[in-house]
Design a protein around this ligand. Structure first.
Ligand SMILES: [Zn+2]
Length: 434
């Protein structure tokens, strides 16, 4: 019996051992599988970590490049902040506006300054800022003051207005931007809509120095930038149907319009804008067209005369550019015929800047534009345009029938050899005469 019990115990022990061994083997197998899986997972993790590290390195490189680019901007932001804080409480602006209020006709440059200060003080949406930029644009186009035109266009764009910015206004090297701006430029007609024209019509080719190096001339009177090409950048020049100048010939329609001039003597201010010699007029001189006053802004010269009478040009023409209170432009043209010396022109030529540059104000020299008018005020009249880009239409022309004299030597001394746009199609317009 004892033996039987011992056998049973032994048998049981053997069974137990077998079970233990099997279990052990089993778990061993499964651990191996887990280990393989773990190894694979760890390899994957290592790979992912390496990728992440590379990405972090690349980001670091990018960051440091950005930081380098940002550094100069930080300086600019600080400068801008300084200007902003100077304007912050509004009294600086109020003070300037009070000073300007006493002046009747603000220059384009002052309008630009006012617009910029208003924008800084009151924010980009300030309607008065936009208005100031608009006025500046209008005035500067009248004078072809490129820097001011640019400032006004950029100001308007900053204020959210859809305005074309001339390619010339963009910083050098901003090629990428340029194409976009060019597209816009095509949609507009020039930088602005109303322009006075005349100021700019001149051209750029004086005797010697006129290589277009110091500034990018955007139009001229010959070659690549000549009148036939103006339409590319200034569509109205090519597509307009009421363009100036004209070859004036009959039949004429009688008009009862009455034009009188009331020009005053004032400080002489002249500018060689690279297209012509222009005299800027202080407020107070005007013509009246059927009683409606049109303020004289400036007058300037073309050689030879842009207008032809019966197919013939004269030696030169003076264009007196006026603007009414509601913005209508009117040009009075006085033809200069070769003959005796013209004393008025003598005064002007003595002080005119031979090189393109800023306005000059010869001290103590005053001038009365009436000195350049003939005694008779008979005219030919028609609806035309600026004779310089952007060739905006809606400009009323009065070409006086009576020319005044200019000496051959005086014509020769004018620094622009040829700054006249060719005559344009009449397109059914009436030419009237009083
Ligand atoms: Zn002109």
């Amino acid at each position: 019996m004892k033996r039987t019990i011992a056998e049973v115990i032994l048998a049981l022990a053997l069974i137990g051992a077998g079970a233990f061994g099997w279990t052990n083997w089993k778990s061993n197998q499964s651990a191996k599988g887990q280990l393989t899986e773990l190894q694979a997972a760890s390899e994957e993790a290592t790979k992912a970590a390496a990728e992440k590290e590379a990405a972090v390195k690349a980001a670091e490189v990018e960051m440091s490049a950005l930081r380098a680019e940002l550094a100069p901007l930080e300086g600019q932001a600080q400068q801008l902040a300084a200007v902003k804080s100077a304007m912050a409480n509004g009294t600086t602006l109020a003070d300037l506006e009070a000073a300007y209020k006493t002046q009747k006709n603000l220059s384009a440059e002052r309008q630009v300054g006012l617009g910029a200060l208003r924008m800084l003080t009151k924010g980009a949406e300030d309607p008065a800022a936009m208005e100031a930029f608009r006025k500046a644009l209008q005035l500067s186009e009248l004078g072809d003051r490129k820097n001011t035109i640019c400032a006004a266009q950029i100001g308007l764009a900053a204020a959210g207005e859809k305005v074309a910015i001339m390619a010339d206004c963009l910083p050098k090297g901003a090629k990428g931007d340029k194409s976009g701006h060019d597209d816009k430029a095509a949609a507009k007609d020039g930088h602005g809509k109303d322009d006075g024209h005349a100021k700019d019509d001149g051209h750029g080719k004086p005797g010697s120095k006129k290589a277009p190096e110091k500034h990018a001339v955007h139009w001229g009177y010959d070659g690549e930038m000549g009148p036939e090409r103006w339409g590319k950048e200034f569509p109205t020049c090519a597509k307009g149907k009421s363009q100036s100048p004209l070859d004036i010939r009959g039949p004429f329609v009688k008009t009862r319009t009455v034009v009188t001039a009331d020009y005053k003597e004032g400080q002489l201010k002249m500018i060689n804008n690279g297209h012509t010699i222009q005299v800027n007029i202080p407020p107070g001189s005007k013509i009246r067209i059927d009683g409606v006053p049109h303020e004289l802004l400036q007058f300037h010269f073309h050689r030879p005369s842009e207008e032809k009478i019966d197919g013939k040009p004269m030696a030169m023409v003076v264009h007196f550019v006026h603007k009414s209170a509601d913005g209508k432009l009117a040009v009075v043209g006085v033809l200069l015929k070769e003959g005796n010396e013209n004393p008025g022109i003598k005064t002007l030529w003595t002080h005119m800047p031979m090189e393109e540059g800023p306005e000059v104000t010869p001290e103590g020299v005053s001038f009365n534009p009436a000195n350049l008018l003939p005694r008779e005020f008979d005219f030919y009249s028609y609806e035309g345009s600026l004779t310089t880009p952007p060739c905006t239409e809606g400009v009323r022309f009065f070409i006086l029938k009576t020319p005044v004299n200019v000496a051959k030597e005086q014509v020769a001394a004018f620094p622009f050899k040829r700054n006249a746009r060719p005559v344009q199609e009449l397109n059914g317009r009436e030419i009237t005469t009083n």
